[in-house]
Design a protein around this ligand. Structure first.
Ligand SMILES: [Zn+2]
Ligand SMILES: [Zn+2]
Length: 159
């Protein structure tokens, strides 16, 4: 709730006024850690079926433009969104079978990245780390099939 109020304030300073429907979209987006646009559409429609899919997409684009939301292109599955506003830096670990996403921080990596960028004369502005694997549940569920390492392929995973 507090984050929603902060996000709405930020949008107002950028001249963005929210209609009731857009306000609901933002409210629901803020409630999630990570979501796909279709997950958000389903979630919003559960609260108010009259909200059109286009409204959800446009509001999401608006939030993205305003720097409130970040779009993550994970290698497996549809793009994922995250309200990163006022959130500490973190990296992601993703299960390629069920799509679970875990946020983690590894403080030891940060200075190493700085050093690597510096070595090549770069000023580091941002970075993303995405680790792909199988979560504990999916390992247990597919223990037999996973005797061989999985062949990573989008179609197999998204189904
Ligand atoms: Zn999994
Ligand atoms: Zn995240």
């Amino acid at each position: 709730m507090k984050r929603f109020v902060e996000v709405e304030q930020l949008l107002r300073t950028k001249g963005v006024r929210l209609t009731d429907q857009r306000r609901l979209v933002v409210r629901r987006a803020v409630a999630y850690l990570h979501f796909t646009s279709e997950e958000l559409v389903r979630d919003v429609k559960a609260f108010d079926p009259s909200v059109a899919r286009g409204t959800v997409y446009r509001t999401l684009a608006l939030l993205h433009q305003a720097g409130v939301v970040e779009k993550h292109d994970f290698r497996y599955g549809p793009p994922n969104y995250e309200v990163t506003f006022a959130k500490a830096h973190h990296d992601h670990l993703m299960c390629i079978r069920c799509g679970e996403i875990i946020e983690f921080q590894e403080p030891r990596w940060e200075p190493m990245q700085e050093a690597a960028a510096k070595r090549y004369g770069y000023q580091l502005l941002s970075h993303t780390h995405k680790l792909y694997g199988l979560c504990g549940t999916c390992q247990r569920a597919g223990a037999k099939r996973l005797a061989k390492p999985p062949r990573l392929h989008v179609e197999e995973v998204v189904a």
